[in-house]
Design a protein around this ligand. Sequence first.
Ligand code: FAD
Ligand code: NAP
Length: 545
Amino acid sequence: MAQQDNTGTFDAIVVGAGFGGLYALHKLRGAGLTVRVFEAGSDVGGTWFWNRYPGARCDVDSVAYSYSFDENLQQEWNWPERFSTQADILAYQNHVAERFDLRKDIRFNTRVTSATFDEGTGTWTVGTDDGKTYKSKFCVMATGNLSLPRVPDFKGLESFKGRWFHTGQWPHEPVDFTGRRVGVIGTGSSGIQAIPIIAEQASQLYVFQRTANFSLAAQNHALDEEMRKKQKAGYSQLREEAQGTPFGIGGHPPPTKSALDDTPEAREAMYEKNWKMGGSVRFLYSYTDLLTNKAANDTAADFVRKKIRETVKDPKTAELLCPNTHPIGAKRLCLDTNYYQTYNLPHVKLVDVRANPIVEITPKGVKTTDADYEVDDIVFATGYDAITGALRDIDIRGRDGLALKEKWSHGPRTYLGLMTVGFPNFFILTGPGSPSVKSNMVVANEQHVNLVLAHIENLRKTGNDIVEPVPQAEDEWVEHVNQVANSTLYPTAESWYLGSNIPGKPRVFMPYVGGFHKYREKCEQIVAEGFRGFKTSRAQETAKN
Ligand code: FAD
Ligand code: NAP
C-alpha cells in the first residue's frame, strides 16, 4: 500500500467525519492503509455537529444508537438518558475521536468539491474548496443522508429584518428566544423536537404546518447507575439481536401476528402497552403488517389520532394536528416530549399552510395567502435534500468522465447501495439502495465499513487493484429495491425517502426497506460467493477496458 507523503497521496480518502467517516478512518487505518478524511465542519460529529437546535436528540435508544465495534468503548461510556441529547451524542463522538486518535488524519473546514477517476492509473483525484488536490486509490463517501439542509425558495427571505435559522445549521452559541415572537416552519422530526422547547421561551410562537405528522411520546427518562449496569451486562446480546432485526435495533420481541387478527380491545391494549414503553420501533413492531397492509396500519393510525385528540384541548387545533395524508410509519415516525401538549399554551398558534400556503417572507415576518404573521425570528425546520443531495453536490466523475449526477439523473442506481457501475473503488456508506435511513444508522455504517474492508482485503489477496459492480448485478438490485418498496406502504407517502420534498428531484424510493437483517444476510452471502456481482481487475487492465 502507498506510503502517506506530503504530496497528498493516500490509500483511501474518506469524505465526512460523522459516525460513518470516523469508523471508516479507524477501520481502514487499522488495516494498514494511509487515510485522509476531509470534513466541511470544524470538528467531528456530522449530524450531531450541525444539529444543535433546542430539543435535538436521537430517536433510537442511545445504548443501541452507538458503536458496537469495541467492547471497552461501550462498557466505559455512560449514557445519561434513554434518548440522549445532541450535546451528549457529540460528546460521545469527541470521546471516540480522542480514544482512537482520529483527529490527526482529519482535515476540518475542508469541503470536497470534486472526485475524478483516472483510468490510466486507477486512482481518484479529489479536489477541495481550498483549491488543493489529493490522490487516492479508494474513495469512501461518508457524506451522510441528511447533511444538505434545505431552506425552501421563499420569495423575500433576504428582506427579513429579524434572525433566521435552519435546524441543520444551528449556531454554536445558544440562541435565546426569551420574550420573542417566533415562527417555526416545518413539523417533521426536527420541528416536533424544537417546538416545545422554543415555546418555553418565546412570547408568541406560530407553527406553520403544511402536513401533520404522526408523533409518539418518546417516554424519555434519565438512566441511573443501576439501569446502566444492567444494560452493559446485556450489551453483547443486544448487539447480536440487533443484527437479526429489520431496523438494526435489539431488545424488541418480534411481532407474531397481523393487527387484523386481534380483537379491537386486544389491539388497543397492545398499542397502549407499546405507547407507554416509548420509542417508535416498539410501536411499529406491535404487529407484523403495520407497514404493509393499509387496513392494519389504519388501526395504529387511529390509536395515535385518538391520543392527539385526548391531549389537545382545542378541537379545531387537534383536528389539524391529526395526520390524514399518509399511513403511520410511511414517513419517519416522530418521537416527542410534550409536542401535542404545547398547543394548549395560550401563546402557541398552529397555522395551516396547506389551506393557506406561505407566499413570501416579508421584512416583518411570514405572509400566507390569508394573513401576515409578524415575528422576530424564523426557524426553518424544513429538512434536507436527503440521501443523494450531498453526493450530487460534489462533481464526481467515473470512467469516461461520466458524472454521477448524470448517471443518477433519473434516480440513484447502485449495487447494494455501496457501489455504482462506472465508478471503480468508489464506496458510498449507507448509500441509496441500502437500509440506511430505514435502520439504526450507526449499525448500518458499521456494516458498510466492514464491507468496504472486506473488498479491500479481497483485492490484496487476489493481487488486484480495482473493484466495481457489474451492470447486471446493479440492474437486478435496483429492480429488487423497487419491488420490495412497492410491496410496502412506504411509497404511498410523499416523503424525502422519495425525493418529493425537492422540486425537480426524480421520484424514486431510495432506501432498501427489506430490513437490515435480510440485507446483511444478502451481503454476507454475496461475499461468501466470491463477491458475486462485483468484478476485480488490475489498474493496467482498467486502462485498456
Ligand atoms: P453525517 O452524520 O451526516 O455526516 C456526514 C458528514 O459529511 C457531515 O459532517 C458533513 O459536513 C460532511 N460532508 C458532506 N459533504 C461533504 C463534502 N463535500 N466535503 C466535506 N465534508 C462533507 N439516525 C438514527 O439512526 N437514529 C437517530 O436517532 C437519528 N436522529 C437524527 C436526528 C437528526 C436531527 C438528524 C438530522 C438525523 C438523525 N439520524 C438518526 C440520521 C443521522 O444522520 C445518522 O444517524 C448518522 O448520524 C449519520 O452519520 P453519517 O456519518 O452517515 O453522516
Ligand atoms: P422533514 O422531515 O423533511 O420535515 C420538513 C418539514 O418542513 C415538513 O413538515 C415539511 O412539510 C415542511 N416544509 C418544507 N418545505 C415547506 C414549505 N415550503 N412550506 C411549508 N412547510 C414546508 O425534515 P426534518 O424534520 O429535519 O427531519 C428529517 C429527518 O431527519 C427525519 O425524518 C429523521 O430521519 C431525521 N431526524 C431525526 C430526529 C430524531 O428524532 N432523532 C430529529 C430530527 C431529524 P411537508 O411534509 O408538507 O413537506
